[in-house]
Write a protein that binds this ligand. Structure first.
Ligand code: DLZ
Length: 512
């Protein structure tokens, strides 16, 4: 066995040439370790395509590193000596290579970072500079603030990055945020572009065979995998978005439509989160597309806000508040996740569409996640750990640092409003306004208490009634509570009863 002076670990979501560690270590004397392990593949029932993505991208990255002269140890899942965990493999290879030092990059997830810190290995830690704001910088920004607000954080990131700024430091277009120009419903006849698809090469096909054998107990379709697995393919996906989708993304980023799983969304989040794309390069491209007049400001600003605003903000909150954050449950929700989240077998058309496409593609866009599957979980009072695990398992781009704050905080309001100032609860009316699902649904969105009424309607009012305390005191909810107060007592009682019936049916294991 060859020896190495130092050993560097690269995790399945750290597949970037820009990592600090790769600048510090020396290809002449040091070795890099990538390991496919049971523990990472099974800590939640990841969508089979997500496991394919990670393993295939890891194998391709290992090849690319070797081409650049690195000595790479690559451990496959079926290696008979595989110890099944990242810490186990680090121990094994440190001993085998007689490495004097082991280098690691901050993990995306608290769970794994804790396991490495508890591993008994003497580790040299590197910050993950793929993000704009370090953990320590976020903590310094948050210190002394009673309420954290994304908008203020976002403005700081804009100033710091120089993105979409005038020479005097003011925001281009005279405002920091064009959020209100991002909410158009899709006009009839408008469709998203033909999606970019990536053919499976022999490495990917080998991984698909492995996953098909080993993960038969995980939910989600394995066939049809077409995600980018190399840096070059991820760049091609990005170029496709810039050319065909970004201009319309601004207007229609909240829209939903039958048979349109992607619309004008970039579908780059999985590639970005595992290191195949670089945040700074993406933002620079969007900034320059705007400055060259190729895309309107609501598109450029809306996109950049998601990346340097929301994405960095949720990561900051995650590392500031873990591990306690994972246990928060402000509404005391205890209900089990309905079985139809794993099958899509529900008569609610919007839910069925979002869930089925999720199981087929490992993808749904943010409004489907927030206002359809998420909204239902909030209104139905699903226990936060159950719905958080679902999101973490089924989405290709889901890692705890981004999934947990988004689900527990933004979707479920289980942190009591720390991350977002009001719950994103909505009746069927919102879904009707933003999609064409209701036109194809068995339930009637214009009804609330009848047997054929859209379940979102009564559940919405039931949610507001059962959480009157503490929500009615929230100034952003006052109009909603005035509407509730304006109803007759009989109407409120009927809505409550219909909500009770629906929840009882969920508890009995019935699909709505
Ligand atoms: C998601 C995932 C999966 C499915 N498998 C592996 C693996 O076998 N080896 C690995 O290094 N990483 C994997 N990952 C990504 C890790 O779970 C991810 O790095 C941590 O959750 C982030 O802390």
């Amino acid at each position: 066995m060859v020896r190495a002076r130092r050993l560097g670990l690269l995790l399945g979501d750290q597949l970037s040439f820009n990592l600090d560690m790769l600048q510090v270590l020396d290809p002449q004397q040091d070795a890099l370790l990538l390991a496919e392990v049971q523990e990472e593949a099974r800590y939640v029932p990841h969508h089979p395509q997500k496991i394919v993505l990670i393993f295939s991208a890891m194998r391709h990255f290992a090849e690319a590193l070797r081409e650049r002269g690195w000595q790479v140890i690559y451990v496959t899942l079926d290696d008979p000596h595989n110890r099944g965990s990242i810490a186990g493999e680090l121990h094994r290879w440190q001993a085998a290579l007689e490495a004097q030092q082991v280098h690691v990059t901050e993990c995306g997830e608290w769970r794994l970072e804790q396991a490495l810190r508890d591993s008994g290995l003497d580790l040299h830690w590197h910050a993950d500079r793929r993000f704009l704001c370090s953990r320590a910088e976020f903590a310094a920004w948050a210190k002394g603030r009673t309420q954290l607000r994304m908008e203020l954080f976002y403005r700081q990131m804009r100033k710091r990055s120089g993105l979409l700024l005038e020479p005097d430091g003011s925001p281009v277009g005279g405002a920091w945020n064009f959020n209100s120009d991002n909410r158009k419903a899709l006009p009839r006849g408008v469709r998203g572009p033909f999606p970019a698809r990536f053919a499976q090469d022999p490495i990917t096909r080998q991984v698909i065979a492995l996953v098909g054998e080993r993960f038969t107990d995980h939910y989600g379709r394995l066939e049809g995998f077409d995600y980018p697995v190399t840096h070059a393919e991820a760049q091609a996906l990005w170029a496709h978005f810039l050319q065909f989708s970004l201009a319309a993304f601004g207007d229609y980023q909240d829209a939903m439509a039958e048979g349109e799983p992607y619309l004008f969304h970039a579908r780059i989040s999985a590639a970005l989160n595992i290191g195949l794309l670089d945040l700074r390069e993406l933002c620079a491209d969007v900034d320059s597309a705007y400055r060259q007049g190729h895309v309107p400001l609501n598109a450029a600003e809306g996109f950049i806000r998601q990346l340097i605003g929301w994405r960095e903000y949720v990561r900051g909150i995650y590392w500031l508040c873990m591990p306690d954050y994972a246990g928060l449950n402000a509404f005391g929700n205890q209900r089990a996740l309905p079985g139809f989240y794993w099958t899509g077998h529900t008569r609610m058309r919007c839910m069925a569409q979002a869930i089925v496409q999720t199981l087929e593609l490992g993808y749904a866009h943010h409004i489907q996640r927030l206002m359809v599957t998420g909204n239902f979980a909030l209104l139905a009072g699903i226990a936060p750990p159950a719905i958080c695990e679902w999101y973490l398992a089924v989405y290709m781009d889901a890692f705890d640092w981004v999934e947990l704050p988004n689900t527990l905080g933004m979707v479920m309001h289980a942190d009591g409003g720390y991350l977002g100032s009001k719950p994103y609860c909505a009746s069927g009316k919102y879904i009707q306004r933003m999609s064409d699902h209701c036109r194809h649904c068995e339930y009637r969105v214009d009804r609330a208490v009848e047997e054929d009424a859209c379940p979102f309607n009564a559940l919405y009012w039931h949610f507001l009634m059962r959480h009157r305390e503490p929500l009615s005191g929230n100034p952003r909810m006052s109009l909603t509570y005035r509407n509730l107060q304006g109803m007759s007592e009989e109407r409120r009682a009927a809505l409550w009863q219909r909500g009770e019936d629906l929840l009882a049916r969920l508890d009995a294991g019935e699909a709505l």
